[in-house]
Design a protein around this ligand. Structure first.
Ligand code: SDX
Length: 431
């Protein structure tokens, strides 16, 4: 195992330490590179750059491995549920029965949204995008819970467990209320029921007619949220760390993360997948024509839900969600023509050299929309579902930043390629 890397630039030679992760990943420690050489590394999009050491999630993109605190996603999908996995991701260990009970109670205790905070909804046009509203509302938690959001790590960490529970529970409730606001439905009070049952109640109950969640539906919702719980240093999680590294409180960091997740290349992909499948269906295409267009490489015809910045193999979550699609639709006695199209696209792409050569496989977003739709969740809410699921991962990463006594503010460098020094030109001499 190399201890050092030798960097030779012309006559200059520097030795850089090599770091090794607990799964054998190797890194060249570049923290002294600029000081020792005057050079920086250039790595657009940070695809080859580690911004932190983390103990939360391990991803092996080449072998399609995903583990949370060492537990394989396949085992968590089979044996765990969203709230238990959220506890694991945030606190580092599976909860004891007592810890699980207390955590669940804390989430129920903070499921409501105060009347004062509900007034914020009045300012949002109903047509406002759900994720824009959610980002603003989550950021406002820092206004309603200032004692948990002091922008002082030491003080905020003392209240972390409460702030974390409030964040997870309120993001769920705010997500449901955004839906009701957009549809002009009255807001409901949460019930003293488990996390996913409460979400479905807050979304779909009528003022005098409670939504009756069947076990298959809450089980499917638990699975799909668990599948989204954390994913290493993805765009929105890195955003959480970037914002938190300035000392910003948890709620402000989560608000920024929601903004990052809303993009179509990230969490917005599950909406883009459904729009893609629907347009293929509307054009009476079984996917064959679309695949051909996707291979042209034009961004407008990307095979949404395919490809990944890290996985160069199957996204293990896509396999699990894809399997759950069949089970959920069968249990609910539903069929979805878009599922057949999705399967056609997957089969065709997995045999096509364009996708094989670029190592493009289905990612978590490819099938998730089918399940959300089967659960009655409208497309406009899919990325909100992703945010509800990802909240534990963001929270755990914020805590790592806040707890790192040797931590530094995230401040990447750049390569300046703009105009060199020039003198000011008075207005009279311009044009
Ligand atoms: C998520 O980071 C995470 O972990 C994210 C996530 C999480 O849990 O947080 O896993 C969730 O965001 C999943 C990804 C959801 N996004 C999509 O499904 C959008 C469609 N996929 C792509 O836009 C793309 O694959 C990305 C953005 C996901 C990854 O982009 P990369 O790694 O920067 O790949 P690239 O854009 O450099 O493309 C490499 C090549 C290009 O072709 P060439 O220039 O080599 O000819 O592959 C092509 C691209 O044109 N390509 C695709 C494609 N994705 C990449 N061609 C057709 N369809 C696609 N989907």
């Amino acid at each position: 195992m190399p201890k050092n890397a030798l960097l030779k630039i012309d006559e200059m030679e520097v030795t850089l330490p090599v770091m090794t992760g607990s799964e054998g990943e190797k890194a060249v420690d570049a923290r002294k590179l600029r000081q020792d050489t005057g050079y920086i590394f250039y790595d657009q999009g940070y695809g080859n750059t580690g911004s932190c050491e983390s103990t939360i999630t391990y991803l092996d993109g080449d072998n399609g491995i995903l583990r949370h605190r060492g537990y394989p996603i396949e085992q968590l999908a089979e044996h765990s549920e969203f709230v238990e996995t959220a506890y694991l991701i945030i606190h580092g260990e599976l909860p004891t029965p007592e810890q699980r009970k207390n955590f669940g109670q804390l989430l129920r205790q903070h499921a409501h949204i105060e009347t004062q905070m509900q007034k914020l909804f009045e300012g949002f046009p109903k047509e406002a995008p759900a994720m824009v509203m959610l980002s603003s509302l989550v950021g406002s938690l820092a206004a309603f819970y200032p004692q948990l959001a002091t922008n002082n790590f030491e003080r905020d960490l003392q209240q972390f467990d409460l702030a974390a529970a409030i964040a997870i529970s309120k993001i769920r409730t705010l997500g449901a209320l955004v839906y009701r606001h957009k549809h002009g439905l009255p807001f409901l009070h949460p019930k003293d029921v488990p996390f996913c049952d409460n979400f479905l109640h807050l979304m779909f109950s009528e003022p005098y007619q409670d939504y009756a969640a069947i076990p298959e539906v809450t089980r499917a919702l638990n699975l799909i949220l668990l599948m989204h719980a954390d994913h290493e240093q993805n765009c929105s999680t890195s955003t959480t760390r970037m914002v938190g590294s300035s000392g910003a409180n948890l709620f402000s960091s989560l608000s920024a993360a929601i903004g990052a997740l809303s993009g179509p290349l990230h969490g917005g992909a599950n909406v883009a997948v459904m729009q893609m499948l629907q347009s293929i269906h509307d054009e009476h295409d079984d996917g064959t024509r679309f695949i051909q267009a996707a291979k042209d490489g034009t961004k407008s015809h990307r095979l949404m839900g395919f490809g990944h910045a890290v996985y160069r193999n199957f996204d293990p979550r896509a396999k699990l969600v894809g399997k759950a699609c069949d089970i959920v639709l069968t249990k609910l006695g539903k069929s979805d023509p878009l599922l057949a199209i999705a399967k056609n696209l997957e089969q065709a792409a997995l045999k096509d050299d364009y996708f094989i050569s670029r190592k493009l496989y289905p990612n978590v977003d490819f099938y998730s929309g089918i399940i959300f739709r089967a659960l009655g969740i409208p497309t406009e809410m899919f990325t909100v579902m992703f945010a509800i699921g990802r909240s534990p991962g963001w929270i755990a990463n914020w805590k790592e930043v806040a707890s790192n006594s040797k931590g530094r503010i995230y401040r990447p460098r750049q390569l300046y390629v703009g105009p060199v020094k020039r003198d000011y030109v008075p207005m009279a001499k311009r044009g």
